[in-house]
Design a protein around this ligand. Structure first.
Ligand code: ITT
Length: 182
């Protein structure tokens, strides 16, 4: 069984949904770990995996996600967590409403010997106002390309089909199945 290390219950719910649909077992280690500052999610994710490898002795994975807003020259990018906690969605709406943006998720998997990464992107734009009952981070202010509602107005199932995380997980799950890892 593989362990997913995250402090974020919304992430866990989305990952659990796709694992279950693919017949894979999942264990949740609810834990916050230190992350380095770098300008891309891959570097951060790989570094966190290397450090976690020293304390976690069974196969595990983590999820590092960023939001890149065009009109802000890619800000907050990998600093999405800090900006969500400080500025929050209301200020992002004031400074970036209507701008193109994208989410990027990098999944980092460690089997104890090697680290593998899998990424997924979702293009869209920052909405004009907050909408939706699923209060996961930036979801209430992000409208995916081809949609007229925010990610927070989609079910977990609907979001997983199109999302950054869903796309990264599709690649990761294919990898696990091809290696016979359950
Ligand atoms: P862990 O590091 O413990 O996994 P976290 O919430 O700190 O949890 P991130 O650093 O990857 O995770 O998240 C960056 C920020 O982006 C954070 O504020 C999240 O709430 C938000 N976020 C991540 N994925 C998101 C998604 O799919 N939709 C909306 N916001 C998301």
């Amino acid at each position: 069984m593989i362990t997913f290390i995250t402090s974020n219950s919304h992430k866990y719910n989305e990952v659990e949904d796709l694992f279950r649909k693919n017949g894979l077992e999942l264990k949740w280690l609810k834990m916050k770990y230190e992350e380095i500052q770098a300008d891309d999610n891959e570097t951060i994710c790989r570094d966190s995996c290397i450090k976690l490898n020293q304390e976690i002795k069974s196969p595990f994975f983590i999820d590092d996600t960023g939001l890149y807003i065009d009109s802000l020259k890619g800000f907050p990018g990998p600093f999405a967590s800090y900006v969500q906690d400080t500025l929050g969605n209301s200020i992002i709406l004031k400074i970036a409403s209507g701008s193109d943006a994208f989410f990027k998720t990098v999944i980092g998997f460690s089997n104890g010997n090697e680290i593998y990464t899998f990424s997924g992107i979702l293009n869209g734009k920052i909405s004009g106002r907050e909408a939706g009952s699923n209060k996961f981070g930036y979801d209430p202010i992000f409208i995916p390309e081809g949609y007229d509602k925010t990610l927070a107005e989609l079910s977990v199932d609907e979001k997983n089909i199109i999302s950054h995380r869903g796309r990264a997980l599709d690649k990761f799950i294919d990898f696990l199945i091809s290696k016979g890892i359950k």
